[in-house]
Write a protein that binds this ligand. Structure first.
Ligand code: G6P
Length: 369
């Protein structure tokens, strides 16, 4: 196993660094950049089916559910189909409403998570169209679905999921474009632009990784924190959840991800100099709101670490320190903004001398309810 880690100390670090490759692989064979077209053959989606879909319910657990929350924005924004995102362990216990034309879409790295499979079963029984986005080839979630998208990122060993988070973001974006195209609601020029934006993703992920030395220095400052608050809005709100989840999973530091606009309804009471606030403030439509959120946290004595777009002097001035990501069209920003947060959690846990790949009490795949 040591050999498979190559130059890296842990699988998680290797898998973070593999994201240039895995993002290339998840696009491979699906995107025709010349024509600006998406193909997802294993989804077996026809124009007729695409037109009759009236609702998509995304179900998943853990990190995969956070990917689903970003996917909701993609599908609603690009394809204008209403999307609900549900925690798989909740879904089947609330007698969900499934009508003809409802899709249940499960996201799972392992394809064997018991709660996710049970949610699919619930969808099947109620007559939903069943789709999955899965990494492990031949897994149950792949086999029972009517159609699937394979993440194509290769095995993920680290318990804390990384490359199997960024890949489904891109897969959901491609799905949104394909749905809109098949429904005839996406103007050609817009489709070409959306598809072309995918081209730069792997390279830009690589640029995020180049900032690892600065991330390590912030990790050293944060290593003794007892709590941390991650704030985001809009398309980067799920990245606040995911950044907090990464930190608690492997460093055992208590962390909360919160929609930044809700800060004033509670978490603001917790802010003091000992509680780092990680604020997602890249160039997206919620940027101004996040900038003022940073000011509010600063006004209460908080220490703010911002995830921001390279060259953003405004946020650089407002925050105590910055985790930089390159500029990218806003819809794809979550693919980049999560990368410094993966590295931050990794380095904090690693400095604390913890078993990053095998955190206590956690399993890579939870096959019991
Ligand atoms: C476990 C893992 C998480 C993962 C979740 C869902 O809790 O530790 O990293 O996100 O299961 O797993 P899945 O295989 O369904 O994506």
């Amino acid at each position: 196993i040591a050999a498979e880690k190559g130059e890296y100390r842990h699988f998680m670090q290797k898998e973070i660094h593999e994201q240039v490759r895995s993002l290339t692989d998840t696009l491979a064979g699906r995107v025709d950049f010349d024509k600006g077209l998406i193909q997802l053959p294993q989804l077996k989606l026809t124009a007729e089916t695409a037109r009759k879909i009236n609702k998509i319910i995304i179900t998943a657990c853990g990190t995969a559910q956070h990917a689903g929350l970003v996917g909701k924005i993609y599908i609603e924004k690009i394809a204008r189909i209403p999307v609900e995102v549900d925690i798989a362990s909740e879904f089947r216990y609330r007698d969900p409403i499934i009508q003809p034309g409802t899709v249940v879409l499960s996201i799972s790295q392992s394809g064997e998570t018991a709660d996710t499979l049970a949610a699919m079963e619930e969808g099947r029984q109620k007559g939903a169209i069943l789709w999955s986005i899965v990494n492990a080839i031949g897994s149950q979630a792949m086999r029972v679905a009517d159609g699937y998208i394979s993440m194509q990122v290769g095995p993920e060993i680290g318990v804390a999921s990384t490359k199997a988070f960024t890949a489904p973001l891109v897969d959901l974006y491609m799905l949104a474009v394909l749905l809109a195209d098949l429904r005839g609601t996406l103007p050609v020029e817009q489709r070409k632009k959306l598809v072309n934006d995918l081209r730069m993703i792997p390279d830009l992920a690589g640029k995020c990784l180049e900032h690892e030395p600065e991330v390590m220095s912030i990790a050293r400052d944060m290593k003794d924190a007892r709590d941390a608050l991650y704030l985001g809005r809009g398309i980067n709100m799920p990245i606040a959840y995911e950044g907090a989840l990464k930190l608690k999973e492997i460093s055992y530091i208590h962390a909360e991800g919160y929609p930044a606009g809700e800060m004033k309804h509670g978490p603001i009471a917790l802010i003091d100099k000992d509680m780092p606030v990680i604020a997602l403030a890249p160039n997206d439509p919620w940027y101004e709101k996040m900038a003022s959120q940073i000011e509010q946290a600063k006004a209460r004595g908080g220490k703010v670490i911002a995830v921001a777009t390279e060259g953003d002097k405004n946020v650089e001035h407002l925050a105590d320190s910055c985790l930089w990501v390159p500029s990218i069209p806003w819809m794809l920003s979550p693919v980049l903004t999560v990368i410094p947060l993966q590295m931050l959690a990794y380095h904090i846990a690693s400095i604390r001398g913890l078993d990053v790949d095998q955190p206590r009490n956690l399993a890579k795949s939870v096959t019991v309810e």
